[in-house]
Ligand binder design. Structure first.
Ligand code: CMP
Length: 154
């Protein structure tokens, strides 16, 4: 099944929102396959946000992402990149839809609580950037026949 990378950003940890964020993903029916806390290195944060390197906010974004530890999460599920982006909401917290993580907890463009991969191809690249193969877990979930229909998990 499809996987996606979540980075729970420094603002979320400072504001005690980690449990709330994981709770939302769990309740949706997504499978947790990787989870760890880390300080992101300069190299990895530059690589992760390389597509923003010419933007005026790049240096500030790097400083912010390294200002405290983050929590890295890999989630798995059917079309989970899209499903997670609906839960996450728009980048700018103050205009994200109510009910989304950013809509409910963020006011900022930069301090927007979580990063979520924007496509299945990028998800694979981002997961490899932050996780070694042995840090990802494959296991059966007893509730899968209640989360999906038979044809969806065939
Ligand atoms: P994220 O989903 O992690 O992807 C890129 C990040 O850059 C984004 O969330 C924000 O944290 C940050 N970002 C995007 N646009 C701006 C902006 N205009 N000013 C500051 N930070 C931004």
């Amino acid at each position: 099944m499809e996987q996606t990378l979540i980075i729970v950003k420094p603002d979320a940890l400072q504001r005690n929102l980690l449990g709330e964020i994981i709770h939302r993903f769990e309740r949706k029916g997504l499978r947790l396959v990787g989870l760890k806390m880390a300080r992101i290195s300069d190299l990895k944060v530059s690589e992760h946000y390389a597509h923003h390197k010419d933007k005026p906010f790049f240096d500030g974004l790097k400083r912010f992402m390294q200002s405290a530890p983050v929590v890295l999460i890999v989630l798995e599920g059917l079309e989970c990149v899209e499903a997670v982006r609906f839960i996450t909401g728009a980048t700018k917290g103050r205009s994200a839809d109510a009910g989304t993580i950013r809509g409910d907890f963020a006011m900022s463009m930069q301090a927007n609580i979580v990063h979520a991969s924007d496509s299945p191809a990028n998800a694979q690249i981002e997961i490899k950037r932050f996780f070694d193969h042995e840090e990802l877990f494959q296991y059966e979930r007893q509730d899968k026949t209640w989360v999906y229909s038979e044809d969806e998990i065939a």
